[in-house]
Design a protein around this ligand. Sequence first.
Ligand code: 5CA
Ligand code: ZN
Length: 473
Amino acid sequence: MSGSADNLVIMRSWPAPEIVALPHHGGPLSVHDTATGSLRTTAPGATARMYVCGITPYDAAHLGHAFTYLTFDLVNRVWRDAGHAVDYVQNITDVDDPLLERAADTGQDWRELAEREIQVFRDDMAALRILPPRAFVGVVESIDLIAEFVARLRETGAVYEVDGDLYFSAAEAPGFGSVSHLDRAAMLELFAERGGDPGRPGKKDPLDWLLWRAERPGEPAWDTPLGRGRPGWHVECSAISLRELGMGFDLNGGGDDLVFPHHEMGAAEARRATGTHPQAQNYLHVAMVGLHGEKMSKSRGNLVFVSALRQAGADPMAIRLALLAHHYRTAWEWTDGELRAAERRLERWRAAAALESAPDAAPLLARVRAALAADLDAPPRWPRSTPGSRRPWAGPEGTRPPRRSCATPSTPSSAWPSTADPRAGTGPPFRPARRGPRPARTTGSVTAGRYSAVRQVRCRYDDDAPWAGKGGP
Ligand code: 5CA
Ligand code: ZN
C-alpha cells in the first residue's frame, strides 16, 4: 500500500428526514455533563453548536454506534423544538491504524474500504431518521488543517519529538483532568487500553500523547510543514471542532469510551492552542451497548450491524424504537427480544395513530417534552403514576403494559473483559500507538463523570417477560 494525498474528497453528509413542526416550543434541555459530574441546563444562543465524534469506517455501523448517534439526534431535536437552530459537526476517522490493518488483512485498498463503510453508515443514519450534521468532516480532507493546528501547539512550547514523531507534553496541558477527573493511575490504565503508548521509550511522561506520526514504510503519509506523516487521533477532533465551531461550543459528545483519553486530551489541545477555555460548555457521554457480556466493538467482532438488521427486513423505525427504549446513561445489552418488543410496540402505536378519533394530544406532547428536556428521558414508563396521567392499557386483552425491569448483575458490567481483544495484552514493550476503536475498560465506569468501579444496572422493557400475554403477576 502506498501513501498518497490524492484522495482529498470532501465528505457528503446524508439526506435529512422531514421534521414535523409541533405547536409552541419545548423548554430548555438539561443533560448530564461529564466535566462537572452534574445535570446541567444547556443554554445555547440562537444557534446551538454540537460536535460528536464519528466512526472509524473499517466496518459497518453497529447498534452501539446507532445508540450513540441516536442520543445526539434527540439532543438535536429537543434543541430545535425549543426554538434553536443547531449547527452539528461530526468527524470521520478515515485514516487510522485499524482501518489500515483491516484493509491489509483483507487485501483491500484502505480508501475504498473507508468509502464503502462510510456509505453504509450514511444509509443507516438516513434509514434511522437521524438528522445529518451540517459538516461531516474526514481526517484525510483535513490534513492541512490538523498539521497547522499541531504547528500552532508546537509554537506554544507544549510539543516535543521522539524519533520524528511529535508528542504533546501532559505537563504542559492546561486543566488536564478537568473533563474526566481521573487520578493518574486510572489515566494510565485507560491510556494503555485505549490506543495510548505509555511505555514508549523516549517520552518525558507516559501520558504524553501522539500528535503527529512520521511516515512509516507502507503507510499513507502526506507532505506538510511538519514533514511527511499523518495525524495522531485526538488532535483530529480538537482541530476540526475548533475550525467548525470555535471554542465554548454547547456540547461535545460521543460514547463513554471517549471520556479518557480522547476528550480529555482534545480539550487540553484546544485550550493550549487558543489560550481560552472551555472547549465545550457540556460533555455528554453515552453508555456502552453490549452483546454477550461484552462491549459491542469492532475489534471484538461481537456486533449486530444496523445494515444487517435492515437487510433482514427489520423496520428501521423498530430499530430506532428499540434503541430509544434505553436511557443513554445506562449500559445495556442487545438481545433479539429488544427488536421483537419494539416491533410490537411500533405496531400498537401505528394502529393507535391510524384511529379516526383520538383524545387531545396536547397533554401528551407536554409530557413527552418534559421527559426529553429532563436528561433525554426517552424510555417510556408505563403506567404513569402521576395522578390523572394514567392511561388505560391499549395492548391486546389479557396482557399488561411493558415494564421496565432493572437488574444489578452479580459482577460489575465493567467486568466486560478486554482480554478478548486480540490487539490488547502481550507483545513487545513498545507498540506503535493504536487508534480507533478502543477496547472496553476493565475496571470501572465513567458514565457519571468519575472513574469508579460501580455496578451498572441493566434495564430493559420486559415485553418478553414470562407473564407477557398471560395477564401478569
Ligand atoms: N473515530 C473515533 C472517534 S473520533 C471512534 O471512536 N470511532 S468508533 O467507530 O470506534 O466509534 C464511533 C462512536 O460510537 C464513538 O462516539 C464511540 O464512543 C461510539 N461507540 C463505539 N462503540 C460503542 C458501543 N458499544 N456502544 C455505544 N457507543 C459506542
Ligand atoms: Zn473524536
